[in-house]
Design a protein around this ligand. Structure first.
Ligand SMILES: Nc1ncnc2c1ncn2[C@@H]1O[C@H](COP(=O)(O)OP(=O)(O)OP(=O)(O)O)[C@@H](O)[C@H]1O
Ligand SMILES: [Mg+2]
Length: 341
């Protein structure tokens, strides 16, 4: 459904020199610096999937979404949404997509929400039953009527986001591009937004590309992830595969032995060097092990050998930890032309 092929976007930024003399010099001789916001990105997003587009601040997520929605043209490479290059066929593309940019309104600033919706209905030529069904859904889940006839520019951030989300879904688009759609929303509304998109996915097979710094959003909505780092894709695939790349994993257990907690912890840390064992608030022992050094099988068989286990489970690795690990990685330098690093 969505394809990016060697997508590159560069920005030319005028460099300012420091100090007063520097400012004067800047007026006469402008020096420019190139920022490669998206750096040779290729990916494929199948129809009907819900993909989280993740990366640290400045990683190039919004820039990519701007190219996919047709707002920006790539410096090189290309992207396709449903077989169409968005920046070459903006109108055709716009009919099939729904867009939310949390940082930038898609609505008419001086119009009220009901007026905006009436215009959108005309623009997209939305059939009456679809329009009615969607409005009823937005009333129920986003309390859209409460926004009244206030012009969009006077709405609070959370109120505006409700309108933006509804507007992006109004015409039953095949693809949703949501760039930080839940900023400013309280917990109840975040739940409602998750329900809306999950319903669209189930009932209409809508494809979603979502960026969010809210890990709970990602876990509640997305089945796939695309992780970009310094403009490059560093991971693409199912969310659970990303979790498997965690540097540490944990096993939690209870035992029926008479050994004291301190003794048990010491025994684990001596028997498995590099492992960290601690007693949790619930009295159970948590064993955190580096995945590069031990397999879960090794850790489990060690524990089974040592203890009379009463209960034992391995929680999913924390997505936040996995992402922190990726975002904190220094950028790998480009190999030189002759192949030397
Ligand atoms: N219009 C622009 N002109 C110049 N540089 C830009 C422009 N838009 C983005 N950039 C630069 O491109 C890089 C990527 O920005 P982008 O907004 O795509 O990041 P992001 O991944 O969406 O980050 P965030 O998580 O903070 O939203 C940044 O270094 C940014 O400063
Ligand atoms: Mg962004």
């Amino acid at each position: 459904m969505i394809v990016a092929e060697h997508l590159v976007k560069e920005f030319r930024i005028a460099e300012r020199r420091p100090g007063l003399l520097g400012s004067l010099a800047t007026l006469f001789t402008r020096r420019h610096r190139l920022v490669r916001a998206v750096d040779d990105v290729s990916f494929e997003i199948p129809a009907g999937t819900r993909t989280a587009y993740l990366g640290a601040n400045g990683a190039g997520k919004s820039t990519t979404i701007k190219m996919l929605t047709g707002i920006m043209t790539p410096t090189s490479g290309r992207c396709l949404v449903g077989g169409v290059e968005p920046y070459r066929n903006r109108q055709l593309n716009a009919r099939r997509i729904g867009v939310v940019f949390g940082q930038r309104s898609q609505l008419w600033w001086d119009l009220s929400v009901p007026d905006s919706f009436r215009i959108l209905r005309r623009i997209y030529d939305i059939p009456a039953p679809v329009y009615r069904r969607n409005l009823a859904l937005f009333r129920e889940l986003l309390d859209i009527d409460a926004l009244g006839t206030t012009p969009v520019r006077l709405l609070s951030l959370g109120q505006r986001m409700r309108a933006e989300i509804a507007a992006s879904l109004l015409h039953d688009p095949a693809v949703l591009f949501w760039d930080e759609p839940t900023i400013g929303l309280d917990m109840v509304l975040k739940d409602a937004v998750r329900e809306l998109v999950n319903r669209a996915h189930q009932e209409l097979g809508t494809t979603l590309v979502l960026t969010s710094h809210d890990i709970a959003d990602i876990a509640a909505i997305c089945d796939n992830v695309l992780v970009v780092d310094h403009g490059r894709v560093v991971h693409q695939g199912p969310l659970h595969d990303l979790l498997r790349t965690a540097a540490h994993r944990t096993v939690v257990f209870d035992h029926r032995d008479g050994t004291s907690a301190a003794e048990a912890l010491r025994g684990i840390e001596t028997g498995l060097p590099g492992v960290h064992a601690a007693t949790g608030d619930d009295g159970r022992i948590r064993v955190e092990y580096p995945t590069g050094r031990y397999t879960s099988r090794q850790v489990l068989s060690f524990l089974l050998d040592r203890f009379d286990l009463a209960d034992c489970y391995a929680p999913e690795p924390d997505l936040e930890d996995v992402l922190r690990q990726i975002y904190a990685r220094p950028r790998t330098p480009e190999p030189a032309e002759d192949g030397t690093p």
